[in-house]
Every structure is written in structure tokens, then in C-alpha cells.
Ligand binder design. Sequence first.
Ligand SMILES: [Zn+2]
Ligand SMILES: [Zn+2]
Length: 373
Amino acid sequence: MSTMKALTYLGPQSIKWQSVAKPVVLKATDVIGKILATTICGTDLHIWKGDVPESTEIAEKQKGRGLILGHEGIIQVESVGSAVKNFKPGDIAIASCISACGECHYCKNNLQAHCTQEGSSGWILGHEIDGTQAEYVRLPFGDHSLYHAPKGVSYDSLLMLSDILPTAYEVGVLSGDVKEGDSVAIVGIGPIGLSALISAKAKNPSEVIAIDMDDARLEVAKRYGATKTINPNKENVKEKVMEYTTAANANLSSLDAKKPGVDVAIECVGVPATFEMCEDLIAPGGAVANVGVHGKSVELKLQDLWIKNIKITTGLVSAYSTAELLQKVTSGEIDPAPLVTHHFKLNEIEKAYDIFKNAAENKAIKMVLTNEE
Ligand SMILES: [Zn+2]
Ligand SMILES: [Zn+2]
């Protein structure tokens, strides 16, 4: 049996880079890929902390071996199952965080997050089955879960298409229905918030207000085109948003003027305070698009929201927009490469986790790990 090295999750707060068996094709629709590049997601830290019980259960069942983490990656196809039509050995591809059969009710309705054909959801990689933080990975449903990597685009850029760009775009920008001329607030300027900013800008909003408690991240947001920034530790967020959106009406006739507040608030943190902040910032007819993963109930201010005709959307990424985003990245309309702040070799991944765990103090956004000689 041949072996490989992988980053395994053994149980809460325990990860280890160790030798495990190399994956093989188990189903006709599988693709086995050699990992060329991968990255670490905030969700991997949730699992590491022990906040994802199904992953902990799977990891602890295989004592000492655990579960391989990671759901983002660029691969070189090593072998394919007999039913795989679109990929052959040697192809370079982007692995989506969502494994989709392409044929079930949910896959046909752009809800690949709920694919019924393997595991409890479309997000199974590095969650319910071994993931991409390894030298090799088994990718179920290769034909519907991989995207050919165009030549001439960096792996840094392409890696952002595995998860964070489609997540921010689908669950934030598209669900919130960001349109040309809209005012948008983005709460939480981590990797997802920045991805929301980049992909919202592609819709030509009139104003994008970045909100975060870390001034360094607000500076990054400005570089990416945020028109205003607010640090809640220093300023009253609601007052500032009302002030900025009122000022935007200065040159409009009373017929065209909008009421104060943003058209869309994209929540990218996942704690009650930031969700409740978003509820306070919306203008009539607007939307709160929640992207953050919450562990607790929030206060739903229906008594204020109903009379303003506010829409609230939530979601897990389905990755139905990956092909569209890949096109925008290839054409240069969206350039996510600068989100990558740190590069490591794959075998240094434990060190990369240590830095990513303290992302703010290390000014870390995305860490790329490469596995090329
Ligand atoms: Zn992720
Ligand atoms: Zn499906």
C-alpha cells in the first residue's frame, strides 16, 4: 500500500501532519488528484476547535489516523474512475468545496449544497470525507465538482474559486441582490468579507462601506475599493452609515433620493452583534445577506424590519457560480490573488495553521501551501 503525507484532524485542538494511505478510486465518478496547492479556511479552524461535531465523530472513530482537513485545492489529475468524462490524467483543475452529483433534485436547482448522493450535504470534503490538505485527494463526482484551470492564471487566484469567492458572491452578493448604484455595507473584513467586496464591486455599486474592528483590515478594504470604512470601536456604525447614505443623496432630486441606510448589508462574521448591526443599517426594500456561520441565536428585530420591507437571506455555498467567477478571474475583471498574504510548502502546514489561528495579529488573510518540486 503506498502512502502519502496529510494534515489530519484527530480531535478537538489536535492536528498532525502524518503518513496515511494514498487514496484510490472507490467509485466510477471519482477523480484522484495530486494536490498542487491548497489553503486553510476559517471553517478548518472551526473543525480544529471542535465546533463541528460530525467531523470530530469521524476523526475520533479512526483513532490516531483521524480525518484529513481541507476543502480548497488545485490538483493535477492522477487517475479517474470509469464514468468520468471531462477529466483525464495530467489535467490541472480547481477542486470545488462542494461535491455535486449534478443529477439530483438539488443539483438541478442550483442547491448543490444539498446534493443527496453522498454524505449529509454537498460540503463533504474535509468535513465528512478526507480533504485537500494532503499530497493526494479523492474527489467524488469529478465531472461536476472540478473546473479546468485556464493557463496563465496563478494558482493563488484560482484557489480563491474553491470556496471563498463563490461563497461571498452567491450567499452575499447574489442572495442580497446587489445591483448597479446600490449602497452596500460589508460587516467583517476577513477573507470572506474581502471576497464579498471584490465580487460586489463587479456589480458597480455606488458605495461600499467596509466595517471591521481592525484598522489594518480596513486599509486592505480601501485598497480593494471600499468607498468608506468604519471601525465600531471608534465610531457609531449606525450614525455613520446613515450620514454617508444621506450624503449620497445630495445631488439627487427628491424624487430620486433614497431614504437613509444601505440597500444591502452583507454579514461576514457570524456572531449576534454583527447580525443585529446589519438589521440596523438597512434602507427600506433592502436586504441583509448573512454569510457568517453562527453558533448562537440572534435577535430578529421583526418589529422594525417588516415595515421597511427588509429581506433576510442565509445560505451555504452551492458553488453554482464557480464557472461564472472563473470567467471573471480569467478576464481580469476580478483579481483575488492579493488576498494571499502567506506562502508555505505543504509540509509546513502545521506552522501555517499556527499563523492562521492568530490571523489578525499576523495580518494573515489567505495562506497558500504548494506541493511542487
Ligand atoms: Zn471554506
Ligand atoms: Zn446532487
